[in-house]
Write a protein that binds this ligand. Sequence first.
Ligand SMILES: [Zn+2]
Length: 255
Amino acid sequence: MPAETRLFLCLKDNYGVLLHDPESGATASIDAPEAAPIEAALAETGWKLTDILVTHHHADHTGGIVALKEKYKCRVVAPAAEADTIPAVDLTVREGDKVLVGKLSANVIETPGHTLGHIAYWFHADKLAFVGDTLFSIGCGRVIEGTPGMMWRSLVKLRDLPNDTEIYCGHEYTAANIKFALTIDRNNPVLEARAAQVGQLIAEGAPTIPVTIGDEKLANPFLRADVPDLAVDIGMAGKPAAQVFAEIRARKNKF
Ligand SMILES: [Zn+2]
């Protein structure tokens, strides 16, 4: 049976998401920004929390772990490189490890840059990827602990997932990301179409995710740093992709 998901907002602009295996009844929370909205989503669905899959150590992704574990006795899975800074970890994972949520199976993909130990969970059979603060819709996370080159390689790993992979990210930043993207990629009809679509979703109060990798790689300037025309547009013709990426990221930081 196909996986089911439940998406909701936490804190100010974090996304909470539950992943449910209808066959076994297992349910994972991807990160745990805060306990209350996750408990509310569990109550609404009738799902029982069995796992928390942590992408990285930031407090707005881990603040709810202790309370949820206390209440549900769930297993906490976290990146090996950040296990010391994440509470109540039961299982640490690295690149290439498999994580089961009931019968749903995820591959761990290391995506350092935003933090050094950041990971994504790719449920390939279910065509879902939970990417934390590495990739956002039409944006990417700030490069806080790593280098731009490291972040660029991490984004390329996610870009290489199958086009029909649905991406769930850690924050609702899409509208602001689109405003910025239009200053970088000025002649991209796919981006313009997405801008219109996102405007409508926001007007309806609907979430702007998930998005597919196939759509994202045509519209997200941070995934297009190796497109020659884009480099030309920002005055970096012929420069290596990692440098073009670093320039786009630096402009976003000041935007
Ligand atoms: Zn973060």
